[in-house]
Design a protein around this ligand. Structure first.
Ligand code: ADP
Ligand code: MG
Length: 255
């Protein structure tokens, strides 16, 4: 497969440590996200996944460690989706107006904005819903609109905190597939927090398993399932083996 990027992307997290007061939250974490890679962070509630995402996004202080986001030494933009995604939208604006608001941070050229808004609305199949307010959309569709808003800016790196978890199982699967189809066009490197094992198997190239507090990396597992992927891969032997492997680490949280 030819690479779409001229420069190589790399997020490097080295020996990251974080305390809240005296409580050690993140204990010396090191990992990378490389070009064209989706990396899933899997861990139990309260183990510090959101804290880690916030530190990488520069919204939270770290105590120790180094974080480098590098694309051949160029500064890149990050597309961030928060766990409480509804905090990210303006409820008094429609879907199209929300996307327009995001784009306005980068350009005032209305022709360019109109072209981009229409293009992203068509790609996400949200075009018929462009004049709707968020309270008029289902959970899955609202979350898709948040993706549309984030993807419209064409960021160099995605940082997602449980973007598929606030909706029912079938809507979540559908949204994952919609995201994956969009992702195939750009292969934007992505760090994705989740606690859903099927989601990690369907989406990720690399799966980082986190422990309970104080949080360490228990294992980093490569996902051998080839791309492009569709739902049938979830029933494959490879998926079954991977699930067993992930469960062997994560069932320790349940006892
Ligand atoms: N601003 C904060 N001040 C103090 N403790 C916090 C703060 N934010 C999170 N915590 C604590 O840090 C731990 C990790 O939280 P969080 O990163 O939200 O976990 P996760 O996203 O994995 O569920 C939890 O015990 C939480 O109570
Ligand atoms: Mg969280």
């Amino acid at each position: 497969m030819p690479r779409t990027y001229f420069c190589q992307f790399m997020l490097k997290v080295n020996n990251l440590t974080k305390y809240f007061g005296n409580q050690l939250i993140l204990d010396n974490l090191s990992f990378t996200v490389e070009d064209s890679e989706i990396v899933a962070l899997v861990g139990p509630n309260g183990c510090g996944k959101t804290t880690l995402i916030k530190i990488i996004a520069g919204l939270e202080e770290k105590n120790q460690g180094v974080i480098n986001i590098d694309k051949a030494n160029k500064k890149i933009t990050t597309g961030l989706i928060f766990q409480n995604y509804r905090d990210q939208i303006l409820p008094w604006k429609t879907v199209a107006q929300n996307i327009n608001f995001s784009l306005s941070l980068h350009t005032e050229n209305w022709l360019e904005k109109r072209y981009k808004i229409n293009s992203i609305l068509r790609q996400t199949q949200l075009y018929p819903y462009r004049y709707k307010y968020f309270y008029e959309l289902s959970g899955g569709m609202a979350q898709l609109a948040v993706f549309a808003k984030t993807i419209a800016l064409n960021p160099g790196f995605y940082l997602f905190d449980e973007p598929f978890s606030a909706i029912d199982y079938h809507s979540s699967l559908k949204l994952q597939k919609q995201f994956l189809d969009l992702w195939e066009k750009t292969k934007t490197p992505t760090l994705l927090v989740t606690h859903n094992i099927d989601e990690t198997i369907f989406l990720a190239d690399k799966i980082i398993i986190l422990s309970n507090l104080p949080t360490k990396i228990i294992s980093i597992i490569n996902n051998p399932i080839p791309r492009p992927r569709d739902f049938s891969c979830l029933g494959s032997n490879q998926a079954h083996e991977l699930k067993k492997q992930i469960l062997s680490y994560t069932t320790g949280f349940l006892v």
